[in-house]
Design a protein around this ligand. Structure first.
Ligand code: AMP
Length: 215
Protein backbone atom coordinates (compact mmCIF):
# COMPACT_ATOMS: atom_id res chain seq x y z
CA UNK A 1 0.00 0.00 0.00
CA UNK A 2 1.75 3.13 -1.20
CA UNK A 3 0.40 6.12 0.65
CA UNK A 4 1.09 9.68 1.69
CA UNK A 5 -0.05 11.43 4.86
CA UNK A 6 -0.47 15.08 3.99
CA UNK A 7 -1.02 17.88 6.47
CA UNK A 8 0.44 20.94 8.13
CA UNK A 9 3.19 20.68 10.73
CA UNK A 10 1.41 19.54 13.90
CA UNK A 11 -1.53 17.95 12.07
CA UNK A 12 -0.64 14.52 13.47
CA UNK A 13 1.12 12.88 10.51
CA UNK A 14 3.91 11.55 12.71
CA UNK A 15 1.58 10.31 15.46
CA UNK A 16 -0.69 8.55 12.98
CA UNK A 17 2.24 7.30 10.90
CA UNK A 18 3.76 5.44 13.87
CA UNK A 19 0.48 3.67 14.72
CA UNK A 20 -0.55 2.92 11.14
CA UNK A 21 2.91 1.62 10.28
CA UNK A 22 2.51 -1.03 13.00
CA UNK A 23 -1.08 -1.79 12.04
CA UNK A 24 -0.32 -2.35 8.33
CA UNK A 25 3.24 -3.61 8.80
CA UNK A 26 4.70 -1.13 6.32
CA UNK A 27 7.31 1.52 7.18
CA UNK A 28 6.51 5.11 7.97
CA UNK A 29 9.00 7.12 5.94
CA UNK A 30 9.51 10.60 7.33
CA UNK A 31 11.93 12.90 5.53
CA UNK A 32 12.02 15.01 8.71
CA UNK A 33 13.22 11.98 10.72
CA UNK A 34 15.76 11.04 8.03
CA UNK A 35 17.08 14.61 7.98
CA UNK A 36 17.24 14.87 11.80
CA UNK A 37 19.20 11.60 11.87
CA UNK A 38 21.65 13.04 9.29
CA UNK A 39 22.02 16.23 11.36
CA UNK A 40 22.70 14.22 14.56
CA UNK A 41 25.22 12.05 12.73
CA UNK A 42 26.99 15.21 11.51
CA UNK A 43 27.10 13.90 7.92
CA UNK A 44 27.71 16.22 4.93
CA UNK A 45 24.04 15.93 4.03
CA UNK A 46 23.08 16.79 7.61
CA UNK A 47 25.28 19.89 7.56
CA UNK A 48 23.67 21.05 4.32
CA UNK A 49 20.16 20.48 5.70
CA UNK A 50 20.61 22.02 9.15
CA UNK A 51 20.47 25.72 8.23
CA UNK A 52 17.17 25.35 6.38
CA UNK A 53 15.69 23.19 9.14
CA UNK A 54 16.68 25.62 11.90
CA UNK A 55 14.96 28.41 9.98
CA UNK A 56 11.82 26.36 9.33
CA UNK A 57 12.49 26.51 5.57
CA UNK A 58 12.49 23.59 3.16
CA UNK A 59 15.68 21.63 2.55
CA UNK A 60 16.62 21.48 -1.15
CA UNK A 61 14.48 19.26 -3.35
CA UNK A 62 17.56 17.35 -4.62
CA UNK A 63 18.46 16.24 -1.11
CA UNK A 64 15.02 15.03 -0.05
CA UNK A 65 14.20 13.42 -3.40
CA UNK A 66 17.52 11.51 -3.17
CA UNK A 67 16.68 10.38 0.38
CA UNK A 68 13.26 9.13 -0.67
CA UNK A 69 14.57 7.38 -3.78
CA UNK A 70 16.98 5.38 -1.61
CA UNK A 71 14.57 4.71 1.21
CA UNK A 72 11.66 3.39 -0.87
CA UNK A 73 13.99 0.91 -2.56
CA UNK A 74 14.84 -0.69 0.81
CA UNK A 75 13.55 -4.20 1.29
CA UNK A 76 11.10 -3.32 4.06
CA UNK A 77 9.27 -0.96 1.69
CA UNK A 78 8.53 -3.53 -0.99
CA UNK A 79 4.93 -4.01 0.23
CA UNK A 80 4.35 -0.29 0.54
CA UNK A 81 4.94 2.63 2.87
CA UNK A 82 3.43 5.65 4.51
CA UNK A 83 5.19 8.83 3.44
CA UNK A 84 5.15 11.49 6.16
CA UNK A 85 6.40 14.98 5.34
CA UNK A 86 7.16 14.16 1.70
CA UNK A 87 6.29 15.50 -0.81
CA UNK A 88 6.32 19.07 0.48
CA UNK A 89 5.87 20.93 -2.82
CA UNK A 90 4.80 20.34 -6.42
CA UNK A 91 8.36 19.69 -7.67
CA UNK A 92 8.76 16.88 -5.13
CA UNK A 93 5.33 15.45 -5.94
CA UNK A 94 6.16 15.36 -9.65
CA UNK A 95 9.53 13.75 -8.95
CA UNK A 96 7.81 11.10 -6.80
CA UNK A 97 5.24 10.36 -9.50
CA UNK A 98 8.00 10.02 -12.11
CA UNK A 99 10.04 7.73 -9.84
CA UNK A 100 7.04 5.51 -9.09
CA UNK A 101 5.94 5.42 -12.71
CA UNK A 102 9.36 4.03 -13.63
CA UNK A 103 8.79 1.25 -11.09
CA UNK A 104 5.20 0.78 -12.31
CA UNK A 105 4.08 1.23 -8.70
CA UNK A 106 2.06 4.45 -8.53
CA UNK A 107 0.85 6.03 -5.31
CA UNK A 108 -2.50 4.59 -4.27
CA UNK A 109 -3.84 7.20 -1.91
CA UNK A 110 -3.14 10.45 -0.10
CA UNK A 111 -4.82 11.23 3.20
CA UNK A 112 -5.04 14.86 4.26
CA UNK A 113 -5.24 15.43 8.04
CA UNK A 114 -7.19 18.63 8.21
CA UNK A 115 -6.57 20.79 11.31
CA UNK A 116 -7.52 24.44 11.84
CA UNK A 117 -4.56 26.79 11.68
CA UNK A 118 -5.14 28.15 15.22
CA UNK A 119 -4.82 24.71 16.79
CA UNK A 120 -1.51 23.92 15.13
CA UNK A 121 0.53 26.44 17.15
CA UNK A 122 -0.60 24.95 20.49
CA UNK A 123 0.12 21.45 19.26
CA UNK A 124 3.59 22.35 18.03
CA UNK A 125 4.76 24.35 21.06
CA UNK A 126 3.61 21.54 23.41
CA UNK A 127 4.98 18.63 21.38
CA UNK A 128 7.46 16.24 23.03
CA UNK A 129 8.89 13.09 21.44
CA UNK A 130 10.34 9.95 23.04
CA UNK A 131 14.04 9.55 22.27
CA UNK A 132 13.73 5.77 22.32
CA UNK A 133 10.47 4.76 20.63
CA UNK A 134 9.37 7.96 18.84
CA UNK A 135 6.00 8.16 20.64
CA UNK A 136 4.64 11.71 20.58
CA UNK A 137 3.05 13.58 23.52
CA UNK A 138 1.79 17.09 24.10
CA UNK A 139 2.32 18.83 27.42
CA UNK A 140 -0.94 20.78 26.96
CA UNK A 141 -3.19 18.26 25.25
CA UNK A 142 -1.92 14.71 25.92
CA UNK A 143 0.76 14.82 28.63
CA UNK A 144 2.72 11.72 29.67
CA UNK A 145 1.82 10.19 33.06
CA UNK A 146 5.31 10.98 34.41
CA UNK A 147 6.77 14.33 33.36
CA UNK A 148 9.42 14.09 30.62
CA UNK A 149 9.16 10.30 30.32
CA UNK A 150 7.43 8.04 27.84
CA UNK A 151 4.41 6.05 29.11
CA UNK A 152 5.23 3.18 26.76
CA UNK A 153 8.96 2.65 27.28
CA UNK A 154 10.00 5.18 29.96
CA UNK A 155 12.40 6.80 27.45
CA UNK A 156 13.29 10.46 27.92
CA UNK A 157 11.12 12.97 26.07
CA UNK A 158 12.67 15.82 24.11
CA UNK A 159 11.45 18.95 22.35
CA UNK A 160 12.44 19.31 18.70
CA UNK A 161 14.82 22.18 18.00
CA UNK A 162 12.43 23.62 15.39
CA UNK A 163 9.40 23.57 17.72
CA UNK A 164 9.94 27.15 18.94
CA UNK A 165 7.47 29.94 18.20
CA UNK A 166 9.53 31.80 15.63
CA UNK A 167 10.44 28.75 13.56
CA UNK A 168 6.92 27.36 13.86
CA UNK A 169 5.53 30.54 12.26
CA UNK A 170 7.85 30.07 9.28
CA UNK A 171 6.99 26.40 8.95
CA UNK A 172 3.27 27.15 8.88
CA UNK A 173 3.80 29.83 6.21
CA UNK A 174 5.88 27.41 4.15
CA UNK A 175 3.07 24.86 4.43
CA UNK A 176 0.50 27.38 3.27
CA UNK A 177 2.58 28.60 0.31
CA UNK A 178 4.32 25.45 -0.89
CA UNK A 179 2.66 22.32 0.50
CA UNK A 180 -1.05 23.18 0.52
CA UNK A 181 -1.10 23.28 -3.34
CA UNK A 182 -0.62 19.49 -3.18
CA UNK A 183 -4.25 19.23 -2.09
CA UNK A 184 -5.28 20.33 -5.58
CA UNK A 185 -2.52 18.28 -7.21
CA UNK A 186 -3.70 14.99 -5.68
CA UNK A 187 -7.35 16.02 -5.94
CA UNK A 188 -6.88 16.26 -9.72
CA UNK A 189 -5.46 12.72 -9.68
CA UNK A 190 -8.50 11.49 -7.68
CA UNK A 191 -6.19 10.25 -4.95
CA UNK A 192 -7.04 12.70 -2.18
CA UNK A 193 -9.03 11.71 0.91
CA UNK A 194 -9.57 14.41 3.49
CA UNK A 195 -10.38 13.73 7.13
CA UNK A 196 -10.71 15.93 10.20
CA UNK A 197 -7.45 15.71 12.13
CA UNK A 198 -8.99 16.86 15.41
CA UNK A 199 -10.47 14.96 18.33
CA UNK A 200 -9.56 11.57 19.71
CA UNK A 201 -6.30 10.13 18.30
CA UNK A 202 -7.71 6.58 18.07
CA UNK A 203 -10.76 7.81 16.16
CA UNK A 204 -8.49 9.53 13.66
CA UNK A 205 -6.48 6.31 13.25
CA UNK A 206 -9.74 4.43 12.60
CA UNK A 207 -10.77 7.00 9.99
CA UNK A 208 -7.41 6.82 8.17
CA UNK A 209 -7.45 3.02 8.42
CA UNK A 210 -10.91 2.90 6.83
CA UNK A 211 -9.46 4.76 3.85
CA UNK A 212 -6.30 2.61 3.70
CA UNK A 213 -8.51 -0.50 3.66
CA UNK A 214 -10.11 0.66 0.41
CA UNK A 215 -6.79 1.15 -1.40
P1 AMP B 1 9.03 17.54 9.71
O1 AMP B 1 9.60 16.61 10.72
O2 AMP B 1 8.33 16.83 8.60
O3 AMP B 1 8.19 18.63 10.33
O4 AMP B 1 10.28 18.28 9.03
C1 AMP B 1 11.17 19.08 9.76
C2 AMP B 1 11.98 19.94 8.81
O5 AMP B 1 12.74 19.11 7.93
C3 AMP B 1 11.16 20.84 7.89
O6 AMP B 1 10.80 22.05 8.51
C4 AMP B 1 12.14 21.04 6.74
O7 AMP B 1 13.17 21.96 7.08
C5 AMP B 1 12.78 19.67 6.62
N1 AMP B 1 12.02 18.78 5.71
C6 AMP B 1 11.34 17.65 6.05
N2 AMP B 1 10.79 17.09 4.96
C7 AMP B 1 11.10 17.88 3.91
C8 AMP B 1 10.81 17.85 2.52
N3 AMP B 1 10.05 16.89 1.98
N4 AMP B 1 11.32 18.85 1.75
C9 AMP B 1 12.09 19.81 2.26
N5 AMP B 1 12.39 19.92 3.56
C10 AMP B 1 11.90 18.97 4.39
Amino acid sequence: MRTVLLGAPGSGKGTQGVVLSKKYNIPQISTGDLLRAAVSAGSELGKKAKTAMDAGALVSDDIVIGLIRERISDNDAKNGYILDGFPRNIVQAEALDAMLEELDQPLQGVVLLDVAFEELMQRLTGRRTCKDCGAIYNVHLSPPKTADHCDACNGELFQRADDNEETIGNRLNVYQDQTAPLIGYYGDQDKLHSIAGTGNIDDITTAVGAIFDTL
